[in-house]
Design a protein around this ligand. Structure first.
Ligand code: ANZ
Length: 592
């Protein structure tokens, strides 16, 4: 039929049993699929399993069951449950991402992206758990400590694989406009995540030195309030200090703060005075001290800022701590020209003061544009757009994931594994008890011989978000052997007409999927899809009261009993239970 309808619900992670969130999600899809079917549409309504991931590894350690067995056991239980629900799912299309018939094609795609320059290897900071000897995701760092070990998490530099998603920042942002079937709030969240900001770069000349410091700012109009420059500890200028013990200690101290923007924003402001001065671009003979500071990120803008304490709270805190000048350059509309900032920064709008030829301009609406124009005219800076979006780090130091199809020669140079040797299969025989990545300790598996030459395999596996970034294509041709999908099939079925799932995936999963389509589309005129999901519906969360015992352990609803409708006791005991708020159902909180 030419009337087609592709109805897709986010596939589940096989964690054990179906929960009410799944039931809600899949019921909505079921109703819609049936409705379209009865209206004469050719309906695609598949289901599968997002089957790789850390919980399988953790559960295996506890139960002495191989992750594969644990996963397959759960899949069987959950599939039976879904069948009992009588959902109109075409089980002939079932896929599982931990199946080599699936991840083989994912490895092919990785190599394709690699060959097109869409994959790169970069050194970045990660959250490092020194006890578990593993990298933690931001969500796994709780109050600066590892969720499992409770050890203080450190910043550590590691070489990791990245998908160059920032290559498409502008497209990913602009094309949101065409997604008429998406909730506004999801589009807004994506927009904020991509985080386009308009501003400019300013070059500060260093006193008695040949170097310039290039800063990125969205508020060049506050330049007359500049009282210091702050650089990331990884800024190139730090090379001049790398042998100084004091600087080394400072850097180490900075590395004790996590890597999230939030962690950096809340951490105590730390500075290292370089005793170098910069010249103010407009104020003759004004010397601006240059610091290294822990709140400046190397991977945003140029890794350097000018601090304007009067109008930025972080800069204000820093200036107070290090006794730096605070010069007010914006007054609120309802204040006089002698307004001065005292207890906290004033980041709001107003009129420029104490700013020489900029005085009287409306800030920031007119003043930013005007200042950029002047800076450009005098070759002191230039207009610049920045994105908050970062490249997608896909390396995970874990066993239960899709192996990255890369090998290294004796010089350490990376090469893609030849296509004829795919899939790179996960070894079944593995010791999960070792600290760190089990694949890394598996000497037999690590070594590979290609054309008589010995290479070492990459032991990182792919972030499981990679598996879910293209599974909707696989559903169109789930049995195809030669490639991840057949062109005729996706040309017919794609895009997904209605996608249904939880709003918790509003950013990453949906953005990564949108990236994948652009990556496949890149340098390939044959691949015509850009947006994977025509319409999106984010169902609400299913919630339930939460319970804890006196030792702060979560209790499930079947472990508590109501006595006379009020006092909640632990079942068969006299122990009181602490009743918490109703929260979205989650296995970790046991409120399922
Ligand atoms: C001077 C200034 C004065 C700033 C003022 C703000 C207020 P967005 O892009 O919206 O996040 N910044 C730039 N690079 C940074 C980095 N690598 N790490 C930490 N902070 C950085 O805002 C950009 C602003 O964030 C820039 O504008 C800069 O501080 C800071 F009253 O420059 B501003």
């Amino acid at each position: 039929s030419s009337k087609k309808f592709y109805c897709l619900e986010m596939f589940p992670y096989p964690s054990g049993k179906i929960h009410m969130g799944h039931v809600r999600n899949y019921t909505i899809g079921d109703v819609l699929a049936r409705y379209k079917y009865l209206n004469g549409f050719n309906v695609l309504h598949p289901m599968g399993w997002d089957a790789f991931g850390l919980p399988a590894e953790n559960a295996s350690k506890l139960n002495n069951l191989h992750p594969k067995e644990w996963t397959n056991k759960n899949i069987k239980v959950m599939k039976d449950q879904l069948k009992l629900l009588g959902l109109s799912i075409d089980w002939d299309l079932e896929i599982s991402t931990c199946d080599k018939e699936y991840y083989k094609h994912q490895q092919e795609l990785f190599i394709e992206f690699y060959n097109q320059g869409l994959v790169s290897r970069k050194e970045t900071y990660v959250n490092w758990d020194p006890v578990e000897k593993t990298v933690l995701a931001n969500e796994q760092v709780i109050n600066g400590k590892g969720w499992r070990s409770n050890a203080v998490v450190e910043r550590k530099k590691l070489s990791q694989w990245f998908f160059n998603i920032t290559k498409f920042s502008e497209e990913l942002l602009n094309d949101l406009e065409n997604l008429n079937g998406w909730p506004e709030k999801v589009k807004l969240m994506q927009k904020n995540w991509i985080g386009k900001s308009f501003g400019c770069e300013i070059n500060f000349k260093l006193e008695n030195r040949s170097e310039f410091i290039n800063v990125f700012t969205t508020r060049p109009d506050t330049i007359f309030g500049a009282s210091f420059l702050a650089l990331s500890v990884d800024h190139p200028l730090s090379m001049n200090f790398k042998r100084q013990t004091e600087f080394k200690n400072f850097k180490e101290k900075c590395n004790k703060t996590g890597t999230t923007e939030e962690a950096l924003a809340n951490a105590e402001k730390l500075g290292f005075n370089t005793n170098i001065f910069a010249e103010h671009p407009f104020i003759k003979n004004k010397k601006i001290p240059v610091f290294f500071a822990n709140f400046v990120l190397m991977d945003y803008g140029s890794g350097a800022i000018f601090g304007c304490p009067a109008h930025d709270q972080r800069d204000f805190d820093f200036a107070k701590k290090y006794n730096l000048n605070i010069r007010t350059v914006v007054r609120p509309f309802d204040k006089e020209d002698n307004f001065t900032v005292s207890d906290e920064a004033y980041p709001g709008p107003g009129v420029l003061i104490n700013s020489d030829f900029l005085n009287g301009l409306n800030a920031p609406s007119d003043s930013v544009k005007e200042t950029i124009k002047i800076l450009e005219d005098r070759s002191l800076g230039k207009k610049k757009v920045n994105y908050r979006l970062k490249d997608w780090g896909v390396s995970r130091q874990r066993y239960w994931g899709c192996p990255i199809p890369i090998m290294y020669d004796e010089k350490g140079t990376a090469h893609p594994i030849p296509k004829s040797m795919l899939p790179v299969k996960l070894p079944e025989n593995i010791d999960l008890k070792v600290k760190g990545n089990p694949l890394d300790s598996n000497a037999d598996w690590k070594e590979i011989s290609v054309d008589g030459k010995i290479y070492k395999r990459e032991t990182d596996t792919l972030d499981t978000f990679v598996c879910s970034s293209w599974y909707y294509l696989r559903f169109c041709s789930p049995k195809e052997n030669n490639y991840g999908f057949r062109k005729e099939d996706i040309d017919y079925w794609m895009p997904v007409d209605q996608y249904i799932g939880g709003v918790e995936h509003a950013i990453l999963h949906l953005l990564y999927s949108r990236f994948f389509m652009r990556a496949l589309n890149y340098q390939n005129t044959n691949f015509k899809i850009k947006e994977p999901f025509k319409s999106l519906f984010t169902q609400g969360m299913v919630c339930h009261e939460t319970y804890k015992d006196k030792n702060n352990n979560w209790l499930s609803p079947d472990e508590v009993e109501k006595v006379e409708g009020k006092f909640v006791k632990k079942i068969n005991t006299n122990e009181n239970v602490i009743v918490g708020p109703s929260e979205s159902m989650s296995k970790s909180k046991k409120n399922v």
